[in-house]
Ligand binder design. Sequence first.
Ligand code: MG
Ligand code: MG
Length: 273
Amino acid sequence: MVHLKSERELELVRASADLVSRTLGEVARCIAPGVTTLELDDIAEQFVRDNGAEPAFKGYVANGLPPFPATLCVSVNDAVVHGIPDRYCLREGDLVSIDCGVRLNGFYGDSAYTFAVGEASDEDARLCRITFEALNLGMAAAQDSARVGDIGHIVQRHCEAAGYGVVRELVGHGIGRKLHEDPQVPNVGRPGRGRRIRCGATICIEPMVNRGTSHVTTDEDGWTIRTADGTPSAHYEHMVAITLDQPEILTTFAYIEEVVEQPPYWLGNVTHD
Ligand code: MG
Ligand code: MG
């Protein structure tokens, strides 16, 4: 069942969305060659707790797996999502996807961003730009009375036209008092199909897009999802509230853009065909 938020609940969701956005901004300041993914996780956890919230992913249990051990999912290069922070040192040219969840005043926030460490290759920059554009197209389709298939279709079409693989196994979702609520929001679909979304719904739209095949594998840790062919992957996630007017984007990348001088999707000389 899709839980539609009252104006008061929406205020609380906005606060959680703002905190998760600010947390990603803090992490963005520290992304550089030589930094370990565990150091990024420590920074995020401290910031979340200093702001009176709890990390949402830490201790998260799914499908009989060991509880997720960290505040951030940090997924480097061919890791798509759910990477566990460890002693790995970021290197120049890495593509690192950071996903963060918080729980503040009983409501969840969830957002993700893919960063280039140092300078991105043209190919990686193009992957980021197309994925970011797909997120924006998906959000624009999140209109009152639209269906989740409308969102999935436009995301899928944009990414596949660029020659990329869209991951099927993982999907966007409703969010509120639970991290994952109905409806599921796949990144593929057909127009006019799937659950209807209504004014008051709050959803996460989060395309996970691979430079090669859409197929993925899972590491022995049970969490880390990787591209089956070893190609890099990108992941951008925003929280959106459905309104009677234009969708309200609840999270923001503005805190990231303050510190990342040239987000990969701004780079020139990459063309979309
Ligand atoms: Mg997320
Ligand atoms: Mg999510």
